[in-house]
Design a protein around this ligand. Structure first.
Ligand code: GAL
Length: 839
């Protein structure tokens, strides 16, 4: 053995046997996770690796780090990694090890939530479909076949992470792992077996010997040494099940997920920041945003039913990987403010006192350190409170953070950070559409046959449940029947269909007669479709489809889908009712085009003859050039119905622009004060739930890209457009009572803090400079970004001062004081509002 090898072996030996010497030793106590003997306050954020591309990971992780995160949390997606039992896949977006290493390279920690049940709005909650077909299996309970598979996969992942030396105990970034997921929310449905299952899961996980702690979320009976953690919009009231465990928050929902048919949820940052500050005020030391970057449900990975393709989640980094302002910026300030309190937070428990109705102070004080949090949890009134001999103005539903127990470094409701308006700009990207195709539109097409067209179809008496039949190999299952109709020449009748969901297209004699879909709240539906039968032979072809398999709830794996009936022809002119339910049906799993691999675009049968619009069951193909520049790309599917789309053979997900959200239930500006819920703040009512679909830049070549669509119900692909996401305006609105930016915090309180509030703007790209000031007003300006206007009082110097400070620079700061702007209205609270453009 050479000297270097001996050193390496020695290092390895010491690392394994005396972890504190070289490797991080992760433990916990009543206050916090303890890394290398030091309690830590940790800010974490969820990024699910398959919801973006490996090319996006470094940038997403860097933006997370810049936003003040210490930890990246991800689930592990069993059905991605083991699509066929015993056949593993860790390629591309599925490269878990690469993702973990990318996080490590940025110097951040990882929380690996193995599950392997993950929920996550992910198809079937992350379970592979083959699991369902193991004889005698019952999911998520004390069932031997299930436990054997769960253990095998969990051990597989743990071994992989160990082999790559990625646990902190080996010098890697993984400081924490999760087993199961929110089982406590539904365990009562599983009776006594739930208890033994959870005990087994805890023992199984612990026995894998990762060298770092395990958590279970929403599991108040999590056995020692597993830490039970909280998930929710607020977790300040949570306490772990033992005084030896720290208070941890594994899912602080930064927004909410979108469903096809629903409006777009958002969560105001003032409320999110309030929730975070309240958690640290009341003893928390680990907090994770679910999601920090939500991303995209590519392919058929979205759960359901009806989870949309976008998993944007109103997260601090948007679906496209751009920072969302002011959310990202304000939370960054919150994180800095909390870190200024870290010494005090880890030193002791808070002393909590009431300062009046809805008013609460928490003080962390020991020895020379002191940090305080002052909260107004009232939802209507701003209040001035007295604390330790000083008075503090506390807006309703806000927390002020005082890293020295005296000066306010931040109030969660006062946003210094700039906001941004972005828009999707149509690109003329179709320049080479048509160059590869002869037809004038640039599109070629193939018809998907109605009804049975494949050799592997089969017939059976009665109506079959869909998931058991397709094993989720495809969204589609054809139910076909022929009947000899003895009625009039062309007879009106009604086809009555009852389905477990999720959607259906009914064809009579080859023609689309009607469609129906359930919704995210209720996937079952009943539909009565008026049909015209001919005398003699008629074919009824029902295309039933799933839109993401159920991912949540007790026994969710058994809920089923498809046309389980009854299916009845009723009320025909001669009064006959024919129950078709227990007749002989012919079934076809999936589409002919799926078997032919049309999604890659390479088949030779594409037709260029006159091009069908609004024709159900059509595959379309075109070529296109990538939109110029570096801005993220989306396809606007307005004009199409429902289907799936592939770019250069990669599925960008299901599209469904015709599923429009209800007209009611949206608010233009949602009042952040008061408890948030998933339905509280929604936008985009009466519009398509999702019209725009992300195409990762890394999937595109400069030109000659292939786009393939499978359209179910009918659409006009010539209306499709490519758009890029760009920032149009930057805005900030800072009042004279805002604290200065956290970076200017100076704990030298003796000399008094001289800095006042500051308004700062930074262009999104380093290469850009502020090119114009669209609006500036100091006084009592009103409105929001994009429609600011002057209030009753305004300084006439504001515009020129801001122009001078900002134009030509990539970022600028302007102090807010009457020394600078003069006083346009004495004795009145004033603010500065600015809207700028970057170029
Ligand atoms: C939680 C679950 C997550 C995710 C979230 C909603 O209940 O643990 O996986 O589904 O809800 O986005």
């Amino acid at each position: 053995m050479r000297a270097t090898q001996i050193v390496l072996v020695l290092f390895w030996f010491l690392c394994i046997h005396t972890p504190t010497l070289f490797c991080a030793n992760v433990e916990y106590d009543h206050r916090a996770l303890v890394i290398d003997g030091k309690r830590r306050v940790l800010i974490s954020g969820s990024i699910h690796y398959p919801r973006s591309t490996p090319e996006m990971w470094p940038d997403l992780i860097q933006k997370s780090k810049d936003g003040g995160l210490d930890v990246i949390e991800t689930y592990v997606f069993w059905n991605l990694h083991e699509p066929v039992r015993g056949q593993y896949d860790f390629d591309g977006r599925k490269d878990l090890v690469k993702f973990v290493k990318t996080v490590a390279a940025a110097g951040l920690y990882v929380h690996l939530r193995i599950g392997p049940y993950v929920c996550a709005e992910w198809n079937y909650g992350g379970f592979p479909l083959w699991l369902h077909f193991i004889p005698g299996i019952k999911f998520r309970t004390d069932n031997e076949p299930f436990k054997a598979e769960m253990k095998r996969f969990t051990a597989k992942i743990v071994d992989m992470i160990k082999q790559e030396k990625l646990y902190a105990s080996q010098g890697g970034p993984v400081i924490l792992s999760q087993i199961e997921n929110e089982y406590g929310n539904i365990d009562s449905a599983y009776g006594a077996a739930a208890k033994s299952y959870i005990k087994w899961a805890a023992t199984m996980a612990t026995s894998l010997d990762t060298g770092v702690p395990w958590v279970m979320c929403q599991q108040s009976d999590a056995p020692d040494p597993i830490i039970n953690t909280c998930n929710g919009f607020y977790c300040d009231q949570f306490t772990p099940n033992s005084n030896t465990k720290p208070k941890m928050w594994t899912e602080n929902w930064s927004g909410w997920f979108l469903s096809f048919g629903g409006a777009v949820p958002y969560r105001p940052v003032e409320d999110l920041a309030f929730a975070v500050a309240r958690f640290f005020q009341r003893g928390g030391t680990f907090q994770n945003y679910y999601m920090y970057h939500g991303g995209t449900n590519f392919d058929r990975t979205s759960g359901g039913p009806f989870i949309a393709t976008s998993y944007d989640y109103d997260a601090p980094i948007d679906e496209y990987g751009l920072i969302r302002q002011p959310k990202w910026g304000h939370l960054k300030e919150v994180h800095k403010a909390i870190k200024l309190c870290e010494e005090a937070l880890i030193a002791t428990d808070p002393t909590i006192t009431s300062l009046g109705p809805n008013l609460e102070a928490a003080v962390y004080k020991t020895g020379s350190v002191c940090a305080a949090f002052l909260a107004n949890v009232g939802t209507t009134s701003d209040v001035t409170v007295n604390f330790s001999g000083n008075s503090y103005h506390l807006p309703a539903w806000s927390v002020s953070i005082l890293p020295d127990c005296k000066n306010v470094v931040l109030n969660t409701a006062k946003i210094n950070s700039a906001s941004a308006i972005s828009s999707f700009i149509a690109e003329s990207s179709k320049e080479d559409i048509g160059s590869l195709e002869a037809s004038s539109t640039g599109w070629s097409w193939i018809s998907e046959p109605v009804g049975i067209s494949k050799d592997n179809s089969f017939s059976q008496t009665g109506l079959l449940e869909q998931i058991n039949t397709t094993a989720d190999k495809s969204d589609y299952l054809w139910y076909s029947i022929s009947l000899d109709y003895k009625g009039d020449a062309s007879s009106q009748t009604v086809l009555h269909i009852e389905s477990l969901g999720h959607a259906l297209h009914a064809f009579i004699n080859g023609k689309l007669a009607g469609s129906q879909a359930g919704n995210s709240g209720k996937s079952k539906f009943t539909v009565d479709i008026p049909v015209t039968l001919v005398a003699g032979k008629n074919t009824i072809d029902l295309l039933s489809l799933t839109v993401g398999l159920q991912n949540y709830g007790a026994f969710f794996d058994t809920w089923g889908a498809g046309i389980t009936g009854p299916v009845i022809l009723k009320g025909s002119t001669n009064g006959n009712t024919i129950d078709l339910s227990s007749q002989k049906w012919t079934y076809q799993v999936g589409l002919k085009g799926e078997d032919l691999g049309l999604s890659s675009g390479s088949s030779v049968q594409w037709s260029q003859s006159p091009f069908p619009k609004n024709q159900p069951l059509t595959w379309y193909k075109t070529n296109f050039a990538a939109p110029s520049g570096n801005n993220p790309v989306a396809i606007d599917f307005t004009g199409m119905g429902k289907g799936e789309a592939w770019v250069n053979g990669q599925s960008i997900g299901r599209y469904w622009p015709t599923y429009v959200s209800p007209n009611a239930g949206c608010t233009d500006s949602c009042n952040y004060r008061g408890p948030y819920s998933a339905s509280k703040c929604r936008k985009n009512c009466g519009k398509p739930s999702q019209a725009l679909y992300h195409v990762p830049r890394s999937w595109l070549k400069p030109s000659g890209n292939t786009l393939v669509l499978f359209e179910e119900s009918g659409g006009d692909p010539t209306q499709i457009s490519f758009v890029t996401k760009q920032t149009e305006s930057l805005c900030a609105h800072v009042s004279d009572s805002h604290p200065p930016p956290v970076d200017l915090w100076n704990s030298d309180t003796e000399s008094g803090r001289k800095v006042g509030p500051v308004l700062s703007l930074t262009c999104p790209h380093h290469s850009q400079v502020i090119s114009s000031i669209k609006f500036a007003s100091y006084g009592t300006p009103l409105g929001t970004c994009g429609n600011f206007h002057h209030g009753r009082c305004s300084s006439n110097k504001a515009l020129s001062i801001v122009q001078k400070a900002c134009i030509g620079s990539s970022s600028c700061s302007v102090g807010i004081s009457i020394d600078t702007f003069g006083d346009p209205c004495r004795g009145v609270a004033k603010s500065l509002a600015v809207e700028a453009a970057c170029a």
